[in-house]
Design a protein. Structure first.
Length: 100
């Protein structure tokens, strides 16, 4: 049986305590199980910060709202000239080398 745990200690809120057990029927398998390495903890990524996540979300949302008006204008122009758009797309699909 293997038991590995990460000591969370005091003041480390948000950390995950990792513990696993491996039960085997054959004692020889238990020997091989003990050769397994400890799981990797952290992977070098920074801790997840909710404030940073929310600020990134608000920045992306404001950037997306700036793009909405031009995209809607292009969409309206596309609907006005939908036949030309479809012909151009079909030519691009059928003859990509000649169009590009």
């Amino acid at each position: 049986c293997i038991s590995t745990s990460h000591d969370t200690g005091g003041g480390q809120a948000g950390h995950i305590r990792l513990r696993f057990r491996l039960h085997v029927e054959d004692p020889l398998d238990d020997m091989f199980a003990r050769c397994l390495p400890d799981p990797h903890l952290g992977h070098g990524y920074p801790a997840l910060d909710l404030n940073v996540l929310l600020s990134d979300l608000s920045i992306i949302s404001s950037s997306a709202s700036v793009l909405i008006a031009p995209v809607n204008k292009l969409r309206g122009m596309g609907y006005d000239h939908i036949t030309i758009v479809w012909i151009a797309l079909l030519l691009l699909i059928w003859y990509p080398i000649h169009v590009l």
